[in-house]
Ligand binder design. Structure first.
Ligand code: NDP
Ligand code: HSE
Length: 435
């Protein structure tokens, strides 16, 4: 390593890029276009040494074809490469390539939430063992500076709860359903046509993407290890146009939320992702289309909200490039950034123990005594009713019930018992209501 009289590096800091798709191509182009600025900020010349892709023969506009290779292992094995950026996605070969890079002493930057939420501890341990940085700001909420505030700015505070909209595709779909009255299938088709949803939208609409992001957020906020398997998950495919209309009638809106909570005794956390009604007056209710936002409640800071674009090439590249500059600065200064903080070792609360309010929509036979029967089932399970509304005439009616706070286990038992009442023709919807 060459240095000047003041100890600053005068040699070049070489970067390997793994993946050159939506995000990778934007990172590569911006590294090239903004090289002098980034170099000035990092304190060393940054140079893209190579790019690994699946198909190196494909032309990529504005990028030198000589940089491309299909051999990711050889690229990360180059002794002159000091920073490896992983933008392939998925578990393998991303995991093996990052581990190989760190074992050789390179620092790594990734946007891969699926990998971090599954193998985060292994990656952190490798970073610690080899004395390198593992940065991943882009893995949750794209462009929004969120993970560094959790890891650094709020390291002196105690976070109690986080409520986030962390998936742009589902927020776009629910926004369309709310604003146009569209059903789920129509809104999904629009999200696909606009390029928000993938050809296979399962990871988004079934909540896998949000669950991985929730695991990363909860691990950082509560200083404990949470894997994606610890996260309770429900998608939005069952949310109907009727549910959205009911929410509107009640002054609420349905959002796909990631909810991370510290228990009152501070010994456990619960992490869940599912659709939920929130009041239209809540700051998250105004987060429209494909935007993301995370609402944080901390002891000293009070309430904070982080808002911005959670996906897309340029917004995600912004977070990746910020990590590159941070990691490069550490290499120049021969230091490291923050590593894992998982000392708390908190227990994971099961979904049955979580407490919230519920909206239950029942189709019933409209005859004397039915409401009393239904109310008795709620009471027998210790679930207190807040409001009841009856719609419809003649033999058929619907009951819309909103409860006071209750455990998921008590609500599940209530729903099970309601199925046993002859006059209850169908339980058409059960949704959580977050206050
Ligand atoms: P893309 O699918 O657009 O790009 C993936 C890239 O990886 C392609 O260039 C592909 O090569 C390359 N690739 C695939 N397999 C291999 C392999 N075995 N070896 C080397 N290269 C390979 O993904 P995105 O850019 O959308 O996402 C990248 C990462 O960023 C993911 O982890 C994703 O979750 C995350 N992310 C994405 C966001 C977004 O808005 N897209 C937002 C936030 C995070 P080729 O081009 O030849 O096919
Ligand atoms: N599919 C994700 C979303 C991309 O819709 O938010 C960003 O992680």
């Amino acid at each position: 390593m060459a240095t000047d009289g003041a100890g600053m590096r005068t040699d070049t800091l070489k970067i390997a890029l793994l993946g050159c798709g939506t995000v990778g191509a934007e990172v590569a182009r911006r590294l090239d276009a903004h090289g002098p600025e980034l170099t000035a900020r990092a304190g060393a010349q940054l140079e893209l040494a190579g790019i690994a892709v699946r198909d190196p023969s494909r032309r990529r506009t504005g990028l030198d074809p000589a940089l491309f290779t299909a051999d990711g292992a050889a690229l990360v094995g180059r002794p002159d490469v000091e920073i490896v950026i992983e933008l392939i996605g998925g578990i393998e070969p991303a995991r093996s390539l990052l581990l190989a890079a760190m074992a050789r002493g390179a620092s790594v930057v990734t946007a891969n939430k699926a990998l971090l939420a599954t193998h985060g501890p292994q990656l952190y341990e490798a970073a610690e063992k080899h004395g390198v940085d593992l940065y991943f700001e882009a893995s949750v909420a794209g462009a929004i500076p969120l993970l560094r505030p959790l890891r650094e700015s709020l390291a002196g505070d105690r976070i109690r709860r986080m409520l986030g909209i962390v998936n742009g595709t589902t927020n776009f779909i629910l926004t369309r359903m709310d604003e146009t009255g569209a059903d789920f299938a129509t809104a999904l088709a629009e999200a696909t046509a606009l390029g928000y949803a993938e050809a296979d939208p399962t990871a988004d609409v079934a909540g896998h993407d949000a669950a991985a992001k929730a695991a990363i957020l909860a691990s950082l906020a509560f200083h404990t290890r949470i894997r994606v398997g610890d996260v309770y998950r429900e998608g939005i495919t069952a949310v109907s146009a009727d549910d959205v209309a009911s929410a509107r009638d009640m002054g609420n809106v349905i959002k796909m939320l990631a909810i991370c909570e510290l228990s009152a005794d501070e010994q456990a956390v619960s992490v869940r992702v599912h659709p939920a009604m929130i009041p239209r007056t809540h700051p998250l209710a105004g987060v429209r289309e494909a935007f993301n936002a995370v609402f944080v409640e901390a002891d000293a800071a009070g309430q904070l909200m982080f808002y911005g674009r959670g996906a897309g090439g340029a917004p995600t590249a912004s977070a990746v490039l910020g990590d590159i500059v941070a990691v490069a600065r550490h290499r120049v200064g021969q230091g490291r950034g923050v590593g894992e903080s998982a000392y708390a070792q908190l227990a994971i609360r099961s979904i049955g123990e979580c407490v919230t309010h519920y909206y239950v929509h029942l189709d019933v036979t409209d005859k004397a005594g039915v409401l009393a029967q239904v109310a008795a089932v709620f009471a027998a399970n210790g679930v207190s009713i807040s409001t009841v509304r009856q719609d419809g005439h003649g033999a058929e009616a619907s009951l819309v019930i909103v409860t006071h706070s209750a455990t998921e286990a008590a609500l599940a038992a209530t729903v099970e018992n309601l199925r046993g009442i002859d006059a209850v023709r169908e339980i058409s919807s059960v949704l959580r209501v977050e206050r």
